[in-house]
Design a protein around this ligand. Structure first.
Ligand code: ADP
Length: 164
């Protein structure tokens, strides 16, 4: 059984993430989405909110295309999380050259910690490659239209956050 771990902050989940989730799902038997607590990044949404949004989006995806997705919050090292969930592969999305250096270091470090877990990179569809949670939040804060970047459900959550 091939188990893939797709880790991230997902603050909030975007159409870019969803693109990678669907691509990843086609490669493995079970896709575990690792939601990092990431206190350092000062997330806009709580871990619980990020998990709820992902669960709703993933239910829609598996209803449509089948497969198995599990949303799994984690606070420990990525490589330990991979071991906990039995993942043989870590999936990451690559946007631009700017992502590359950090990802390059991560692979090197994770490989030193556990050489049995392979990391695979995927690129989203051209229209979704530029989407980043950080920019979605900035646009939402300035009351801009985020409908090209997130699902209607996430849009509603962003609006509620801005008002609250
Ligand atoms: P992290 O804090 O780990 O960067 P993110 O939630 O920002 O968490 O991203 C999780 C993963 O999804 C990363 O591998 C990131 O490169 C990828 N990703 C995010 N947005 C896109 C996108 N538009 N296209 C491709 N990959 C993406």
């Amino acid at each position: 059984m091939r188990i893939g771990l797709y880790p991230g902050t997902f603050d909030p989940v975007t159409l870019g993430h969803i693109d990678i989730i669907e691509r990843g799902l086609a490669l493995v038997d079970r896709l575990v989405i690792g939601v990092a607590i990431n206190r350092d990044k000062g997330p806009m949404f709580t871990l619980e909110e990020r998990v709820e949004m992902l669960e709703a989006e993933c239910a829609e995806i598996t209803d449509r295309v089948g497969g198995e997705i599990i949303v799994h919050p984690f606070e420990n090292l990525l490589i330990d999380c991979a071991r906990d969930v039995g993942a043989n592969v870590i999936l990451r999305g690559l946007r631009a050259v700017s992502d590359f250096e950090y990802e390059f270091q991560m692979v090197g470090m994770n490989r030193a910690l556990d050489s049995s877990v392979e990391t695979v990179f995927m690129m989203a569809d051209a229209r979704r490659q530029a989407i980043a949670s950080k920019l979605v939040k900035e646009i939402a804060r300035l009351d801009g239209d985020v409908s090209h970047f997130v699902t209607p459900a996430v849009q509603t959550r962003l609006k509620a956050k801005m008002q609250g």
